[in-house]
Write a protein of this length. Structure first.
Length: 289
């Protein structure tokens, strides 16, 4: 099998502009980072959905890399086949099967990344939506914190004000369609579990309760005060039907949170609120690069 060096050189030459463009872009980005920086070193508070935004960026990089390989391998196979200029039919067939196998591998990988990114995107949009609703509570004296990091997990939202401390756990879930093609938007809370149209679970409820306990213990130790934290589980876009009362947790549509928080009497003093907010401010700082 003889390789046509002229065809091979021509194929390599066609790929050189792409490699040169990538190298120039990479060098320009490094120069910008080396000779300039942001005018501020950190944001005072993390925005809503910050951890999910970072996840989305990671998936974007994975998707771009996988897409590049998915498109590049067939081109390389064609270049190799043209360069070898085979006279038999076995060599092209081997190239085809090898290219098809790589296409299946990277295609499955790309589909998996796209599906996972879609789920993270849904959660990110849900946290942003809830964050906008919580901003209404500022007029009641609440400080609003988003995506507060702890060891191994983040608390989606924290409210701290004269009426107490609340954590808000956001669970964003797609709505199924019924047999008539209409969206099903009702979920029932029986005091223990969430009864969705096609399933039942208590994952979000337990998570919100545990996060509230963790935050209460941390704030009590950090401030020297006995701090009680009220958990709220919110379900963007869903109408929550409460079939039984629950004193341990609220399960609400985001638009109901304002009314529930406003119903609490003022019980925290100004010094207590300052101590709580000081600790949360330290938690929520985020570096800017």
């Amino acid at each position: 099998m003889q390789i046509d060096l002229r065809l091979l050189a021509a194929a390599i030459a066609c790929c050189l502009p792409i490699g040169l463009a990538i190298a120039i872009i990479s060098r320009k980005r490094k120069e910008r980072k080396a000779f300039s920086c942001s005018p501020f070193k950190e944001l005072q508070r993390r925005p809503a959905g910050e951890a999910l935004r970072i996840k989305l960026e990671e998936f974007d990089e994975k998707i771009n890399d996988t897409t590049l390989w998915l498109l590049l391998f067939p081109v390389l196979m064609v270049c190799g086949l043209v360069a070898q200029h085979p006279k038999d039919w076995i060599t092209p067939l081997l190239f085809f099967f090898f290219s098809a196998g790589l296409a299946v591998f990277f295609g499955k990988r790309l589909f998996k990344f796209l599906e996972e990114r879609s789920n993270y995107r849904l959660g990110y949009e849900g946290e942003r939506f809830v964050g906008e609703e919580l901003s209404r509570l500022i007029v009641l004296g609440f400080e609003v914190y988003h995506d507060v990091p702890f060891d191994g997990f983040n608390i989606d939202h924290i409210l701290a004000g004269p009426r107490g401390v609340f954590i808000v756990e956001t669970k964003t879930r797609r709505k199924p369609m019924d047999v008539d093609g209409k969206k099903v938007f009702r979920v029932q809370f029986d005091g223990q579990c969430l009864q969705w149209p096609k399933s039942t679970d208590s994952h979000g409820i337990n998570q919100a309760k545990n996060n509230a306990k963790t935050l209460a213990a941390w704030l009590s130790a950090a401030t020297g005060d006995s701090i009680r934290v009220t958990p709220i589980l919110t379900l963007p876009g869903w109408l929550v039907e409460r079939k039984a009362p629950s004193d341990a947790i609220y399960v609400l549509n985001p638009k109901e949170i304002y009314q529930v928080c406003a119903s609490y009497p003022e019980k925290l003093t100004e010094p207590q609120i300052r101590r709580i907010c000081h600790q949360l401010d330290q938690k929520c700082r985020i570096a800017v690069t």
